[in-house]
Design a protein around this ligand. Structure first.
Ligand code: ADP
Ligand code: MN
Ligand code: MN
Ligand code: MN
Length: 338
């Protein structure tokens, strides 16, 4: 029987932003293992801020498995962290407690910076590169440098090999800043794929001697911050919708503004300033094709009779996609559809 290299991946207990952690175990299977075939495993929670030293074992419960084309017989195993009893979710385990619904579709736009020696890739040793303007969707060495495109292309292929719904790439507004998009049906599926895509990117960048900076405003001054716009649509929004329902939905988003901001990523006040295509953190607004609104309504939504998907532009690049998607679903669930 072939021996498979199983990379168990989980989120640690650091706040406000958990780190990705992983370790390998080798197991024999007839063929690529299904989720049901993958056993629970353990780790030392005292080294990840998830347990005290005296009783430190936490449990890893596999929740999704993806082919890992960087290894012969490799698998990436996304896990939830459980208490030692194996059934109680650890307090750091947001995935276990969020709402989920496969009829609700999420499209996340993950922005990030590639970083070299503590600066965005392509920044000179001293001072700054040419100001923002030509970098967004840019081409040519002066705009994107010599290695970034190779990295984002390799990342795309690794995600596609893994079966992740990677949907696209673009160079972003700041030098060294990029975006990829992931689409998934259900909050857990979409968020699992964002976390695993982040993992794949971090691991890929090791071999280039680069870091991935996910902070939402790493460069002060007139340089764009990083978001993770959350596009969403329920079955009802896609198939029935209507202006009246839409306005009730927006009223619920307005009412829950603080609850949304609380899980939309740390330091978001540095990014949601009202400048650079964002609404201020303390305001809620929506508008057709309005990139300065909290929620952007695509033209197609209005043209189809207020049916389709909406874009919440507030979540940031460091946000936990489980908590973000779960919060969006919670607000939606408060609005009657009849
Ligand atoms: P922009 O940069 O103009 O905001 P992108 O093309 O980067 O737009 O991202 C659009 C996102 O919308 C993608 O992640 C895509 O998966 C998502 N999306 C498209 N249709 C739907 C839908 N019906 N429900 C949820 N998300 C959707
Ligand atoms: Mn985008
Ligand atoms: Mn973008
Ligand atoms: Mn967007």
């Amino acid at each position: 029987m072939p021996k498979f290299k199983l990379e168990y991946i989980w989120l640690d207990g650091y706040t406000p932003v958990p780190n990705l952690r992983s370790k390998t175990q080798i197991k024999e299977f007839e063929s690529f293992p299904t989720l049901e075939q993958l056993p629970n495993w353990g780790f030392d929670g005292s080294s990840t801020q998830q347990a005290e030293g005296r009783s430190s074992d936490c449990v890893l419960k596999p929740v999704a498995v993806y082919p890992d084309s960087t290894r012969v017989n490799g698998a990436l195993v996304m896990c939830e962290v459980m208490m030692p009893d194996g059934v109680t979710p650890h307090p750091s385990n947001t995935r276990a407690t969020i709402l989920d619904d496969v009829g609700t579709w999420f499209g996340f736009e993950q922005e990030y910076f590639l970083y070299e020696n503590g600066k965005p890739l392509g920044f000179p040793k001293e001072g700054y590169p040419a100001p923002q303007g030509e970098y967004y969707t840019g081409v040519g060495f002066k705009n994107v440098g010599d290695v970034a495109r190779q990295i984002v292309e390799e990342h795309l292929d690794l995600c596609l090999d893994a079966g992740i719904n990677h949907e696209g790439i673009n160079a972003e507004v700041a030098k060294g800043q990029w975006e990829f998009q992931i689409f998934g049906k259900g909050s857990k599926r979409a968020a699992d794929e964002i976390w695993v895509a982040r993992y794949i990117l971090l691991r890929l960048c090791e071999s280039y001697g680069l870091d991935v900076e996910f902070h939402c405003k790493p460069v002060k001054g007139d340089w764009n911050g990083s978001g993770m716009h959350c596009n969403f649509s329920t079955e009802y929004m896609r198939e029935t919708g209507g202006k009246e329902y839409f306005e009730k939905l927006m009223a619920a988003f307005d009412k829950n503004r603080d609850e949304h901001i609380a899980v939309y990523g740390p330091d978001n006040h540095l990014r949601l300033t009202g400048l650079h295509e964002t609404q201020s953190i303390d305001k809620f607004s929506y508008g057709v094709a309005d990139r300065g609104a909290s929620i952007r309504i695509p033209h197609s939504f209005v043209n189809n009779g207020y049916k389709g998907y909406l874009e919440d532009r507030r979540p940031n690049s460091q946000g936990d996609p489980y908590a973000i998607a779960g919060r969006v679903l919670k607000t939606i669930s408060e609005v009657p559809t009849a």
